[in-house]
Design a protein around this ligand. Sequence first.
Ligand code: SAH
Length: 228
Amino acid sequence: MSNYDELRKKLVSHLERLGYVHSQPVKKAFLNIPRELFVPPAQQSRAYDDRPLPTSNGQTISAPHMNAMMCELLKLEPGDKVLEIGTGSGYHAALIAYIVSRNNKSGHVYSIERIKELADFARSNLKKVQLEEMVTVIWGDGTLGYPDVAPFDKILVTAAGPRIPDPLIEQLIDGGILCIPIGRQRWSQKLLILTKSEGKISEKVVSSVVFVPLIGKHGFEPNVDTED
Ligand code: SAH
């Protein structure tokens, strides 16, 4: 067993012990997707630390416990059509693709990234784990959603916006789940979970979180300062 395989198993035990991973499909995804292939070479030795790591352009790959928390909250099912806003490294998209394509079901992830260099980085990472056919990476403003293939069973946003973008609510299927961090200052962001049922939206705050800003038409202006 390689050093990385051991570290991956240790990380999964840690996430289980803390209650972030509690279902078999999420556990299997973490055990099967090598995080070391999604982080820049200079960060590889830290690939299994439970913390965010820098990608490029001042952006980050989320901490594994945050990936786990969102995967569990979304109640991902085989065959789900999922929209992710904020592809970053592609690691979270890979975990989700693995989960929604289990039991030979053809689930799919559409993932939007506003920084071209990161969209290209994610595409090449997804190729390394042979998931490029299950994840479509789109370069663009994710606050507009992706109307071409909407509606989506599940939507997750991995950057924090000032409010929930209307297009995302519109593009969520009835019975669907949307998970998004909201808040201006890094110290005051909240992770929300929204469900749509018979056209009605219900909303619940899950926890305090720290994400990079969501920048776009229904997000912050490009020069936003969310540090204070
Ligand atoms: N899910 C990622 C973590 C991404 S960090 C992973 O697993 O690695 C958040 C990402 O959201 C950053 O890469 C940032 O560039 C991107 N982002 C911010 N605003 C966006 C927008 N409006 N549309 C698409 N991507 C956006």
